[in-house]
Ligand binder design. Structure first.
Ligand SMILES: Nc1ncnc2c1ncn2[C@@H]1O[C@H](COP(=O)(O)OP(=O)(O)O)[C@@H](O)[C@H]1O
Ligand SMILES: [Mg+2]
Length: 448
């Protein structure tokens, strides 16, 4: 799958490099005063047609680039990337602009390469100007001052990799943290229909080429999934299962670190993140999505208004993003229905019932911990109403208690660990909260 996609991206661009190389060779000749053969001209014409066709129909440009570019902008970007894609084109540029130590082309060279008239050169300079899409979306960097004809144009880090479908080195996504959980389907405990929905989300990711490119299905970006449910019910864990299945990294976006108190900065930060993640083999996860959406439409205060501006910007970036996005929320009810319809998949994560809790205890008790026979997952599952997150914590806490006492794990440790876990939210507890586990709780004076 991955290679099928990568190959089609590189093929789309192969004619770009061929055309640039031919243009360079022709420029070399004409500078020496040599005739350009009609063969070369025919070849150029042919390549030109191919290039245009691939730019319209091919996937490389739309997959790798977060915005629509016109032809001259694509010319500029292709030339800027050429040395990174095909190193000999870098050497060619260098020999065409003697004295310039960089392999990247200058505007002056591009002007000559494409034999631009004065008017056309103006279009070139606006294509690389500060407010151009190439600069706004952080696709190229211009060294030195704005429109210096002799300053090299280079792609920003990661752009070439993205267009070629090469993996982008991790760690250059602003405002994100990598979630390092390796999780398998078998570890996930959810009702069968939710498991099916998660697998369907994978279909949206894996079969996009078939549905969109081959079958002409509408490319609606994303796919975007909404995972809703109480804390600790496995939303992040399910995202990790999907990431593991794809072999892609999962990045948790820290909205707090992207939101700036300076107006306009937040938008820039979001752009930087989405531009870098565009078309990448990776999953973006946004937590507490409700805090983003529930505020919509409420513009009473100026502060709210700015918050709303950022929210609508974030939403439009999420919707036009190429790549999987998972939004999570603890409060489904705060989301309006019109909103939910914008997601490709909405999965509700329920609190586990007694049977699900049995499976969770089975999976989350440390597998090689020595255990007394009365530590029975079915009994534990039936005893106390806990989430998977609670069970994970309690199972580990019980293991540490047992390790500290140099004893096998028994109900004594498990009961105390569960007691600690349900007491975390600070509410007043009574031993009846532990159900049938209560009688294994150590005596009050000792522990509680
Ligand atoms: N449904 C579940 N299936 C398997 N493990 C679960 C489940 N729910 C919770 N867990 C365990 O609890 C941990 C915390 O859950 P998490 O995915 O962070 O919950 P959420 O993101 O919904 O708050 C997980 O890493 C996993 O070990
Ligand atoms: Mg989570």
């Amino acid at each position: 799958m991955q290679t099928e996609r990568t190959n089609s991206l590189s093929n789309d661009l192969a004619v770009e490099w061929e055309r640039i190389e031919l243009l360079g060779r022709m420029l070399e000749k004409s500078r020496q005063g040599d005739e350009i053969s009609s063969n070369s001209l025919d070849r150029l014409l042919h390549l030109q047609v191919q290039v245009e066709k691939n730019r319209i129909k091919g996937q490389a440009w739309s997959r790798g680039i977060p915005t629509e570019l016109n032809n001259i902008e694509k010319d500029v970007l292709a030339c800027a990337m050429a040395p990174e894609a095909v190193p000999r084109l870098g050497w060619m540029f260098q020999s065409l602009q003697p004295g310039n130590v960089q392999p990247y082309p200058t505007p002056a060279l591009l002007q000559e390469l494409f034999a631009l008239t004065m008017d056309e050169a103006n279009v070139l300079y606006s294509a690389i100007g500060d407010s151009s899409p190439l600069r706004q979306h952080n696709l190229i960097e211009v060294e030195g001052v704005g429109n210096d004809p002799f300053s090299p144009l280079r792609p920003t880090s990661g752009v070439t990799n993205r267009l070629l479908g090469r993996p982008v080195p991790a760690g250059n996504l602003p405002g994100t943290m990598m979630v390092k959980i390796r999780a398998q389907w078998d570890d996930l405990v959810l009702p069968e229909d939710r498991m099916a929905m998660l697998r369907e989300f994978l279909l949206w990711i894996n079969h996009k080429t078939t549905v969109v490119e081959k079958w002409g299905g509408k490319d609606c970006g994303g796919p975007v999934a909404l995972f809703s449910g109480p804390s600790g019910t496995g939303k992040t864990f399910a995202a990790a299962v999907i990431a593991t299945e794809l072999g892609w990294p999962l990045y948790r976006v820290d909205l707090g670190s992207l939101v700036s108190k300076y107006i306009g900065e937040t938008e820039k930060n979001l752009n930087r993140l989405f531009d870098a993640a565009h078309g990448q083999p990776m999953i973006l996860q946004f937590d507490e999505a409700d805090s983003l959406f529930s505020k919509r439409g409420n513009i009473k205060e100026a502060r709210d208004r700015y918050a709303n501006m950022e929210v609508s910007h974030l939403l439009s970036r999420i919707e036009s993003h190429h790549g999987p996005v998972i939004l999570t929320t603890n409060l489904r009810s705060h989301l309006d229905a019109a909103f939910a319809r914008r997601f490709q998949i909405v999965v509700d994560f329920p609190r586990p019932d007694a049977t699900a809790r049995k499976f969770l205890w089975q999976r989350l008790l440390p597998p090689r911990a020595p255990r007394l026979p009365d530590v029975d997952p079915a009994f534990l599952g039936a005893s106390v109403n806990l989430t998977g997150g609670n069970i994970l914590n309690a199972a580990l806490h019980a293991a540490y208690l047992a390790a500290g006492e140099n004893q096998p794990m028994g109900l004594k440790q498990v009961a105390l660990a569960v007691w600690r876990e349900i007491g975390k939210d600070g509410r007043e507890l009574s031993s009846s909260d532990l159900g049938p586990l209560a009688r294994y709780l150590p005596r009050r004076k000792q522990c509680w």
